[in-house]
Design a protein around this ligand. Structure first.
Ligand code: GDP
Length: 460
């Protein structure tokens, strides 16, 4: 899903890493790359233009943030704008005050409408609702049977015109004819809703007919059904694999039938997917669900923010950045800088403060889990021992104030006392002191511009 777009954007951000500040030409080059990546992914041109314009404006006037470097700021801006074109807030189904809630599905034939009807029914059922499906696709001879199969799989009842009761139904099935309507979908939809009300189902999902391409008759039929049943939601199902044509199809449905939300279908395919990304922006209607496979369980509520960070392959790095901003204490940072400049040594008290800042951001494991690319390292992450940090903290807390500011004075008997006080071995205390002295040495040599000790040739 969006793999190549994701790869391209990530590569663009890599070029910015390590830059202290961004010049106008850095920003322009980045915008050019983003623009190409979006166009290559089939995102519609007007959407690309608006997107890159917004990113450029914001990147040039980059909001100054103590916790973010310029590259991170650009990622944050691109992320914010992606969330915006994907519709901003997560939009959930609006249930009717007086049940049943009526949900009508519309879209082209083959978009995955019938499959989605089953997924939605199952999803609603799992949430404690009592949905019923209505087969109002009387265009395609097999559609009714298909919905019955789908309903059975979902464990949800299906209202369908009886075979033989609908004039021409059997003949149409036998001849395989799919272009002529052999029943009245408006009547079937109405009957279905009445039936659902009588049987006290709280949601009705009406599956309507699609055609292979947009045509007048199809639009008219869908509009007639809509007028007759006044649905609470009209969900437009679009096949993410149809590329640029998605925008045109969505516009035609928006004008012809109008809909309240979009279902992005077949997002599991390796389609470039960009056209689907334009749909929310172009039609002004939110994406509510994603369909990600052929099984009944393959349905996801669409969250613009999560989709954006998935596209940027950022894991939840933005959550991480926000937490860093919160934990980042301006006064503490200034104090560290002062010590650095005035050649004062770092003490164990500073060390404790840093540990508590990390703790404020959540557990270390959680934090690492949010880092991009850590998904594949789950196993190593699981073996990370958080207790190691607790042990270090316990040792520092067992030191007296004098010892914390004068680590060199911690002799053998003091070490034994610290070990006893924190429940660790003396050799663990020795290791901690050793590492601390190393770190202090490194700081001193950095200050003198001498580079990192033990690493000759490293630029200072
Ligand atoms: P309809 O004509 O709009 O009702 O479409 P169908 O529900 O019959 O689906 C058309 C085809 O797309 C079928 O072969 C489905 O199995 C397949 N399909 C539906 N949804 C998905 C999906 O999310 N992912 C994939 N890969 N295939 C899907």
């Amino acid at each position: 899903m969006f793999t190549s777009l994701s790869d391209r954007l990530t590569a663009t951000f890599k070029n910015l890493r390590g830059k202290g500040r961004l010049s106008e030409s850095d920003v322009n080059a980045t915008i050019r790359d983003i623009r190409m990546a979006l166009l290559d992914a089939d995102v519609a041109l007007p959407v690309v233009k608006e997107f890159t314009h917004a990113v450029r404006e914001r990147a040039l006037g980059a909001e100054v943030s103590g916790a973010l470097n310029p590259a991170q700021q650009v990622v944050k801006i691109v992320n914010d704008e992606l969330v915006a074109i994907l519709g901003g807030q997560t939009r959930r189904i609006q249930f009717a005050k007086n049940p049943p809630t009526v949900i009508m599905l519309a879209g082209l034939q083959g978009s995955g409408k019938t499959t989605f009807a089953g997924k939605l029914a199952k999803w609603l059922k799992d949430q404690g609702h009592t949905p019923m499906l209505v087969a109002a696709d009387l265009q395609r001879p097999n559609a009714v049977t298909q919905l019955q199969v789908v309903g059975e799989r979902a464990g949800v009842p299906v209202f369908a015109p009886e075979r033989g009761n609908v004039a021409g139904y059997d003949a149409a099935v036998e001849s395989g004819e799919g272009t002529r309507s052999y029943g009245d979908p408006v009547t079937v939809s109405r009957q279905g809703i009445d039936e659902a009300r009588a049987r006290q189902h709280d949601v009705v999902i009406v599956d309507t007919a699609g055609r292979l391409a947009i045509d007048e008759a199809l639009m008219q039929q869908a509009a007639d059904i809509r007028a007759a049943i006044s649905p609470d939601e009209v969900l437009f199902v679009i096949d993410a694999m149809i590329g640029q044509a998605a925008v045109e199809t969505a516009q035609a449905f928006a004008e012809g039938v109008d809909f309240t939300g979009v279902v992005l279908g077949k997002l599991d395919g390796d389609a470039r997917g960009g056209a689907a990304l334009s749909v929310a922006k172009v039609t002004g209607r939110p994406i509510m669900f994603a369909s990600v496979g052929e099984q009944t369980k393959d349905i996801e509520v669409f969250h613009p923010d999560r989709m954006a960070s998935r596209i940027l392959d950022m894991g939840d790095v933005l959550t991480l950045i926000e937490q860093a901003e919160k934990a980042f204490d301006q006064r503490q940072a200034q104090e560290m800088t002062r010590k650095f400049l005035e050649e004062e040594d770092f003490t164990f008290d500073d060390f404790l403060q840093q540990m508590s800042a990390i703790k404020k951001m959540g557990s270390l494991k959680q934090m690492l889990g949010m880092m991009p690319g850590m998904g594949q390292m789950r196993a190593q992450l699981d073996s990370l021992d958080e207790r190691e940090f607790d042990r270090v903290e316990a040792m520092v807390r067992s030191m007296t104030p004098f010892e914390r500011t004068h680590p060199k004075q911690i002799n053998g008997s003091r070490r034994a006392r610290i070990a006893r006080g924190s429940g660790v071995s003396v050799s663990e205390v020795n290791q901690l002191l050793e590492r601390f002295t190393q770190a202090q040495k490194m700081m001193r040599s950095l200050r003198r511009g001498g580079g990192v000790p033990g690493m000759p040739g490293m630029p200072g």
